[in-house]
Design a protein around this ligand. Structure first.
Ligand code: NIG
Ligand code: FE
Length: 417
């Protein structure tokens, strides 16, 4: 199957050679081609360029679907490198508690928050959990996401953590999304381990990690290394155990305080450290010259009314930055990456070019797929979306609630609604 898209107003985020990420000044550079064509063949990007170089139909063998884009643009699909897509139910009660003035930590202390989701998840069957997750997967596909990282972390027992990761694996097998999975047993200390945190850490190390690895359920390991959650020492113990089983770290770090999470992530060569609201000079210094992608989640800071991470400073210092949705029931009940781009522009003062790089190529790096995803590059997986007619690239984050994704192509095939 081939798709030939012609007369594209702008083909956005094109690369001659795949870059691992874009950093610093480069983040405001975005290569795109006006009046372009894109040829997709056998699931990958075969060719692209200006319309005068478009292939003659007679030169293409086999079935070719022709798509005339005219006033529409083509973007690489979003790579959402941090989500908690598998969860049961919702937590709008806490949303109203928050409006009444309770903090995220106060809600967590009262047994709300993550523990609330864990209670509900334990009672939900694997099939039911899959159905709920599938709805969210379909929702994000039609909002332009092509690759997604999915974490466990609402199980907090061996059985329920495995259940979550099996659901994530079913999403990988049954949807056109590219899925990477992360074991986050250390998302919160479950009720029955209150006051015995290190015993829960032992359970994670001795039972959960080996079982998750035995079923090959997780690519990565995550720890919520923050004030009121897991300490740097706990984190180190769990990361070492995960690494032994081939799971590279991706850390929830510095959302609530200067927790040391960024430094410990870098020390263990994390693929990414995520949240980063509390990032100062020493955290930036730790990240420079590392292989760790700083990832910000502006949906969570927006939804919880928290401080914003110092992204301008991070970029000025030459760091790359990725942005992800953090789709979860407690701090960011949305997987809308276009809205995340708008938040990046409005709240973090990022340029449209920067938020596009942050949600595509840098997001791809943060989930370990920048060789194959995150840009329009020959040989990369054909994951793109075609917009509705729009006047400019900047219009995408500017029109901050409009649904502008018209057609989705994943693995070289049009995904119908
Ligand atoms: O990434 N910060 C920790 N975990 C999630 C929130 C989880 C929840 O409240 O359910 C996050 O924001
Ligand atoms: Fe998260």
């Amino acid at each position: 199957m081939q798709i030939l898209i012609l007369n594209i107003k702008q083909l956005v985020q094109v690369e001659k050679k795949p870059a691992k990420w874009v950093a610093g000044d480069q983040m405001s550079k975005l290569d795109s081609i006006s009046n372009a064509f894109l040829l997709v063949q056998d699931g990958v990007i075969k060719d692209f360029g200006t319309m005068d170089k478009a292939p003659e139909l007679s030169s293409l063998s086999g079935d070719v679907l022709i798509y005339n884009a005219y006033d529409r643009m083509v973007f690489p699909s979003f790579c959402d490198s941090h989500t908690h897509l598998v969860y049961a139910g919702s937590r709008e009660i806490e949303y109203t508690d928050k409006i009444r003035g309770l903090s995220y930590e106060e809600i967590a202390k009262r047994g709300g928050g993550i523990l609330n989701s864990a209670k509900l998840l334990a009672k939900t069957s694997e099939d039911e959990l899959y159905e709920q997750t599938l709805q969210r997967a379909n929702e994000i596909i039609h909002k332009g996401t092509g690759a997604v990282e999915i974490k466990s972390g609402y199980g907090l027992s061996l059985e329920s953590e495995l259940k979550m990761l099996r659901v994530a694996r079913r999403i990988k097998e049954t949807t056109p999304l590219t899925v990477k999975t992360t074991f986050l047993g250390a998302h919160a200390v479950p009720e029955k381990y209150k006051g015995k945190q290190s015993e829960y850490v032992d359970l994670i190390i001795n039972e959960m990690i080996p079982m998750v690895a035995a079923e090959e359920l997780a690519d990565y390991i995550d720890v919520f290394c923050d004030k009121g959650f897991f300490t740097v020492e706990d984190t180190e113990r769990m990361l070492m155990a995960g690494i032994k089983y081939g799971m590279r770290p991706k850390i929830h770090a510095n959302e609530l305080d200067y927790s040391g999470g960024i430094q410990v992530g870098v020390k263990y060569n994390a693929l990414s450290v995520d949240h980063l609201e509390y990032t100062g000079d020493s955290e930036i210094k730790a990240l420079l010259n590392s292989e760790t992608m700083p990832t910000v989640l502006p949906g969570a800071a927006f939804f919880l009314g928290m401080v914003d991470p110092p992204v301008r400073k991070m970029i000025q210092f030459g760091l790359p930055v990725a942005m992800a949705s953090d789709y979860n029931p407690g701090s960011s009940p949305s997987g809308d990456m276009k809205f995340i781009m708008s938040l990046g522009c409005i709240k973090l003062r990022m340029l449209p070019e920067e938020v596009i790089n942050a949600t595509t190529i840098n997001g791809a790096y943060a989930m370990g797929i920048s060789d194959t995803h995150g840009s329009i590059c020959k040989g990369k997986v054909a994951n793109v979306f075609i917009t509705k007619p729009i006047p400019s690239i900047e219009y995408i984050p500017y029109s901050y609630t409009a649904d502008l994704v018209e057609t989705v192509i994943l693995n070289g095939k049009i995904v119908s609604k």
